[in-house]
Design a protein around this ligand. Sequence first.
Ligand code: ADP
Ligand code: MG
Length: 296
Amino acid sequence: STMPPLLSAIANAGRRGVLAKSAVVMERLGQIDTVALDKTGTLTEGVPYVTDLRPMPGSGLDETALLALAASVEHPSEHPLARAVVAAAREHDLALSVADNFASTPGQGVTAAVDGHTVTVGAPARLLRPGTGEEHHHKAVAGLEDSGRTAVVVLRDGVPVGVLGIADRLRPDAAVTVAALTRLTGRTPILLTGDNERAARRLAAEVGITEVRAGLLPQDKAAAVKEWEAQGRRVLVVGDGVNDAPALAAAHTGIAMGKAGSDLALETADAVVVRDELATIPSVVQLSRTAHRLVV
Ligand code: ADP
Ligand code: MG
């Protein structure tokens, strides 16, 4: 081919399933020495499903009422956990209530007005107070998280009324991708997640990751990346969510998962995985190094 090397690198990357937004991206990708991976939707398939419905005694809710309430609030959200909740409600043919004043807090959860109540669905670590009369919830949450589930708490007018357990499958190519990235950079990738520490550590062990930073808000993910960059490292961030956008922006190079990735992640990233295969990433990092060598 008579294409300049960096352009042909873009074309080759595209053929392998990664769409780079510019030639500069391919050059920068060839320089990375540290990889930070998001959990939900990146290392996992991001098609989670509801496994447990635990309405709390005294809430006046049964399992289906709890699910309908949660799904009514989650309906407008594009978060993978929200899609799981809405899909479960559909499977049970539940009628959803209209939600007003929907608001989402990345890394935490969602809130809306439903049937005259303010209902919040999201991370127990952010929404439950430690101790103080919420023992039922803490117990339910700990039990679910110990079995590798993501626990999501439902609050009605600020009072916890139930807990949902949600499971997600590891991508089949997660472990080989971690191994290949370790070989390429000489460092094991790091897991960055807003999810709980227990579920994160369990999943990390399955794919060969030892360094885990859990319970992170979007700005915490970005702060971790900036910290490494300040040490002279060049960080590749891979993510899919709105919550990954600040980290994708702070990274030397950001790659978004294209199939189920949020619009904000796709806009912020420098490149997009179009075939939804994680293993295309190390392959393209390898390619970008070759292309870079041709230029210098
Ligand atoms: P990750 O970093 O693993 O992709 P997120 O930062 O997207 O995870 O989410 C972190 C946590 O915030 C979730 O595990 C969940 O507890 C809570 N959360 C965020 N958005 C939602 C939502 N729409 N519904 C329920 N929980 C949510
Ligand atoms: Mg994610």
